[in-house]
Design a binder for this molecule. Structure first.
Ligand code: R2B
Ligand code: URA
Length: 301
């Protein structure tokens, strides 16, 4: 299934300044970005730099990567908010923590693709971390349906003083393919629903934030309800906003996150740096395999 990327905001134009990513609509965005087929996003700048470098090697250092003095260039470095790298047909972009930070950069990346006339078959993938629900630490959770923090399957978008429920769904083909890639690589992964919250502590039912006015029993009742009644297998902070914005722009989206801990057992993220690096690398391998397969399929077809 091909998706046709489209932004229909009539106010977009040549004077536009993509302030947070350090580009403007007057730059020659078409020659710089028209070949982009995948946009991979994750919270940390360092993760997205490592992912871009890993892909660049895996794709055989394509000529269309953006480099400076032999190193991949942080295209958005001058703006000082987010990092963005281009490895062949892949943009690797950091989004910070939470939906507020994500929505700013995702608006500008979508406009970038619009000005670059990159209007066919773009797939957006969030590569993140999360707290698992009833899954072993290290498992990759590929999001089926994102839920918001009141356990509704929508992103609540506040605009003009109103709360607008925006549908949020991920692409079934992409999540199935990601699961296949994980299986082929022998990397533990499951497909499950994901809860996205606006806060890491009370929003995710932790007892150990600066504040807490509920009991351990209240916390466990809520987490078990989400897990057992709605099939929620992990909790993070962006999947509803990410998939809803991709749905609005008519681009396919997927979310794949390492579970750093099992929230049915603990609140504290105490995994070692070595384990977290290993799990992050496994998420890279799965997404890179997916990208290589998709690129090769498109070359053949
Ligand atoms: C996962 O990890 C971050 C919070 O630690 C947040 O960006 C998320 O979704
Ligand atoms: N990221 C989250 O949002 N929650 C966790 O528990 C771990 C990582």
């Amino acid at each position: 299934m091909n998706s046709h990327f489209q932004l229909d905001n009539p106010n977009l134009g040549k004077e536009d300044i993509l302030y947070h990513i350090g580009l403007t609509a007057k730059d020659d965005l078409q020659s710089m970005f028209q070949d982009v087929k995948f946009v991979c996003m994750g919270g940390k700048p360092s993760r997205m730099q490592k992912f871009a470098a890993y892909l660049d090697d895996k794709l055989g250092k394509p000529k269309t990567s953006r480099r400076e003095k032999g190193e991949l260039l942080d295209i958005s470095g001058s703006a000082g908010r987010y990092s963005m790298y281009k490895a062949g047909p892949v943009l690797s972009v950091s989004h910070g923590i939470g939906q507020a930070s994500l929505s700013v950069v995702l608006n500008e990346v979508l406009k970038l693709l619009h000005y670059a006339k990159c209007n066919k078959d773009v797939i957006f993938i969030r590569i993140g971390s999360s707290g698992g629900l009833g899954v072993e630490p290290g498992t990759l959770v590929i999001t089926d349906q994102p839920y918001n923090s009141t356990l509704e399957p929508v992103f609540l978008h506040i605009s003009l003083g109103r709360s607008i429920p925006r549908p949020c769904s991920t692409c079934p083909d992409t999540r199935r393919e990601l699961l296949n890639c994980s299986k082929n690589l022998g990397i533990p992964a499951v497909i499950g629903n994901t809860m996205a919250t606006d806060d890491f502590f009370e929003g995710q039912c932790r007892l150990d934030g600066a504040f807490c006015d509920y009991s351990d029993e209240d916390k466990m009742n809520f987490l078990k309800r989400a897990n057992q009644e709605l099939g929620v297998k992990n909790i993070e902070m962006e999947s509803t906003c990410f998939s809803a914005m991709c749905n609005r722009a008519n681009v396919k989206s997927a979310v794949i996150c390492s579970a750093l801990l099992n929230r049915l057992q603990q609140d504290v993220v105490d995994a070692t740096v070595q384990d977290m690096d290993k799990w992050q690398q496994q998420s890279f391998e799965v997404v890179a395999a997916f990208i290589s397969n998709t690129v090769n399929d498109n070359v053949v077809s």
